[in-house]
Ligand binder design. Structure first.
Ligand SMILES: [Zn+2]
Length: 299
């Protein structure tokens, strides 16, 4: 190593992709190719880089993409840097490199476990309201019936990538009765029913998320807490309430949730609903919650 020029680490980020190559990637940019060693302690991958110094902000990045939970960049004595990648599953990792300026090192993790968990799962998504029933209205102009349909379509797309079977109770702006919404879940013998709404308050200062659950399911509250926890990690809103919803008990033994990720009557949260990446965060947060649910109820 003596005499060798020091590599400066200039950037680190992560992406995930779900096509034939289902991978979560961590990409490290540096001023020259890296000398490294990869170790694994349970679900944490430690990527130690020798003869390198970070030229970037070192901290923990919250990723929660369905596989990678967090990435921590840790400078060490003697020009060493270790990058800890905490996973939620012991997924295989391969390293590839692309020389150039910057040099790029890719740590690629297989997301195949998501397919294994979601394939064959039947999920019914219910965008609340519709047609003559607009639901809540934001202080500027957004309507609940429209934003929840966008949420539902995004969630369906993410769940389709992991091979779940997904149905929507409505694909357009139609009115449905409460029993029509539950009927589809029962007919399809759904593994889970997810109704999407937004919360509403007369006080526009109140913001946050609400999760309701089917009290007829034996683990309703516990599963609602898991879902809520995962969603909060992604969308970073304040939890207002986790509560049983009587109207979901018509589902019988099917786990059912009414998820209200934000309060539409709050100025800030209505603003979040104008951002397409926010819908992506909601979808991944719910997907992570479903991962927990399916892991805790194998079938
Ligand atoms: Zn609603």
């Amino acid at each position: 190593m003596k005499g060798q020029e020091i590599a400066r680490l200039t950037n680190i980020w992560s992406t995930y992709q779900q096509d034939e190559q289902q991978l979560s990637r961590v990409i490290i940019e540096s001023t020259r190719p890296l000398t490294f060693q990869l170790r694994r302690v349970n679900q944490v991958v430690a990527f130690t880089i020798y003869n390198a110094i970070p030229n970037m902000y070192c901290d923990t990045l919250a990723i929660y993409d369905g596989l990678i939970n967090e990435i921590t960049v840790q400078p060490e004595e003697g020009n060493r840097v270790t990058i800890y990648i905490a996973l939620n599953h012991n997924a295989p990792c391969t390293v590839t490199r692309l020389n150039g300026l910057p040099a790029r090192t890719f740590l690629c993790f297989s997301r195949a476990h998501l397919d294994a968990l979601f394939a064959g799962r039947r999920i019914v998504i219910d965008p609340g309201h519709g047609g003559r029933d607009p639901g809540g209205r934001g202080p500027v102009d957004l309507l609940e019936k429209n934003v929840v349909l966008t949420m539902a379509k995004k969630l369906k797309a993410e769940l389709a990538k992991v091979k779940a079977q997904v149905w929507l109770t409505r694909e357009g702006d139609q009115y449905l009765t409460p029993s029509e919404r539950l009927k589809l879940a029962k007919e399809m013998r759904a593994h889970v029913f997810i109704s999407l709404h937004t919360n509403y308050s007369k006080d526009s200062r109140i913001g946050g998320l609400v999760v309701n659950y089917n009290p007829a399911h034996h683990a309703g509250l516990r599963l609602a807490r898991l879902t809520c926890e995962e969603l909060v990690r992604k969308i970073k809103r304040n939890v207002l309430e986790i509560k049983a919803a009587k109207e979901l008990s018509g589902l019988g033994p099917i786990p059912g949730f009414k998820i209200k990720p934000v309060t539409i009557s709050n100025w800030v949260e209505e603003g979040l609903l104008r951002n397409p990446t926010f819908y992506e965060k909601i979808a991944i947060g719910v997907l992570n919650g479903l991962q927990k649910i399916f892991l805790s109820s194998p079938e």
